[in-house]
Design a protein around this ligand. Structure first.
Ligand SMILES: Nc1nc2c(ncn2[C@@H]2O[C@H](COP(=O)(O)OP(=O)(O)OP(=O)(O)O)[C@@H](O)[C@H]2O)c(=O)[nH]1
Ligand SMILES: [Mg+2]
Length: 368
């Protein structure tokens, strides 16, 4: 048997090559669609690969082995039957391949999928996007051809990375101390004001604020204004010992929210100081505040550097200002961490909400 592999841009071209090289009796063994060339799957060309074979053994071989009578009149119909079943087999093969082309299924070829395009447009990293698409269960692949169904399946996949949601929960007869850390200007102080107002005024908890951001007078004044409006105390702390004393003084509070100065991820001394400050009480729950605007590469650097302070949760601000939210998914994919809140504007206390995985997945997969 002579077996040969043909590659062409279209199925017609590939079949013409098969016919030319092996003749009309060639049998198609295998066909597949593939992308060739390009860079990391981009700018690659869609190609078709066909494996075909031609039986080259003498016609009498089967008869010589005693497998079939060497009678031409009997041989002809059986040859036709064989050819017919080969054609049926091939038709089945071709149908599957055409279906796959129509649905643009992501089997090892996600780069050209419309779903891939949608994810990448929303800033989801190509490798993560490919993994999301490939994770769609096989039995649901036929649904992908429909745009709405494909989107729904992707939302389910994205939601699987947004399952760990954990806001601030105050135990019935206990208390909670929460610190907010992160780079400068991401919205730590504003977020604390929003949370303080909601917990103190809306839910009636006993709340105190502590600020360790003493670098700028304006920073203390900013929080003092909120504390006065809400009607809760504010402590200003300069050292870890000050923080210890402040937490002791507010031992009767159900919720203590600690504001910290914005730190540059590149300044390891500042981060060491922050770590030392938060080490005064092992009960402090730390939320790393990240702006949803942050570029993925920068966000990775921030998470890596702030990991020194062992944050338990991520809190994303400025969702309203970010056109694409893929960075959130990229980060959670690489750093599986609980999500607490998202903030959606500058208004205190309204523009904050506990993460809703369905809602956030839909925001990540915005139609562009
Ligand atoms: N659009 C938008 N702006 C926000 C949001 N949260 C905070 N801001 C604004 O971001 C700016 C910085 O907010 P701050 O709360 O001072 O940020 P910070 O992290 O405390 O800043 P530093 O203390 O300097 O590190 C302010 O103008 C806020 O009003 C949000 O969710 N959306
Ligand atoms: Mg601040």
């Amino acid at each position: 048997m002579k077996v040969k592999l043909f590659t062409a841009q279209t199925m017609n071209e590939a079949m013409a090559q098969v016919k030319h090289d092996l003749g009309r009796d060639a049998v198609i063994l295998h066909t597949r669609r593939l992308r060739k060339g390009g860079f990391f799957g981009f700018f690659a060309k869609d190609m078709v690969e066909v494996m075909a074979a031609l039986e080259t053994a003498p016609k009498m071989q089967a008869a010589e082995k005693g497998m079939a009578p060497a009678n031409t009149s009997v041989d002809i119909p059986s040859q036709n039957e064989a050819r017919l079943s080969a054609i049926q087999f091939e038709m089945g093969h071709m149908r599957k391949m055409v279906e796959r082309m129509l649905y643009q299924l992501p089997v090892g070829d996600t780069a050209s999928s419309p779903l891939m395009e949608l994810l990448v447009k929303n800033d989801v990293e190509p490798l993560i996007a490919a993994d999301l698409i490939n994770g769609i269960p096989n039995e649901k692949n036929s649904l992908v051809s429909n745009k709405n169904n494909g989107r729904k399946l992707l939302i389910e996949r994205i939601m699987s990375y947004l399952q760990n949601i954990d806001g601030i929960t105050i135990p019935p007869a206990g208390k909670k101390i929460v610190a907010f850390i992160g780079p400068t200007g991401v919205g730590k102080t504003t977020t604390i004001a929003k949370l303080a107002a909601n917990f103190a005024i809306k839910e009636g908890y006993k709340v105190a604020l502590v600020t360790a951001d003493t670098y700028r007078i304006a920073a203390v004044e900013q929080l003092k204004t909120y504390a006065d409006i809400i009607g809760i105390p504010l402590e200003i702390v300069y050292t870890p010992d000050d923080l210890k004393a402040a937490l002791y003084r507010h031992g009767d509070k159900q919720l203590v929210l600690i504001d910290t100065a914005g730190r540059s991820p590149g300044n390891s001394q500042q981060l060491e100081e922050l770590k030392e400050l938060l080490a005064v009480d092992s009960c402090i729950e730390t939320h790393l505040v990240l702006s949803a605007n942050t570029k993925y590469k920068d966000a990775v650097e921030i998470v890596n550097k702030f990991s020194l302070c062992s944050p338990q949760k991520f809190l994303f601000t400025k969702i309203d200002e970010s056109s694409n939210l893929g960075t959130i998914l990229n980060l959670l994919y690489h750093f599986p961490t609980a999500l607490s809140y998202i903030t959606t504007g500058q208004n205190v206390p309204t523009d904050i909400e506990l993460v809703d995985s369905n809602c956030l997945a839909n925001m990540i997969l915005r139609d562009l």
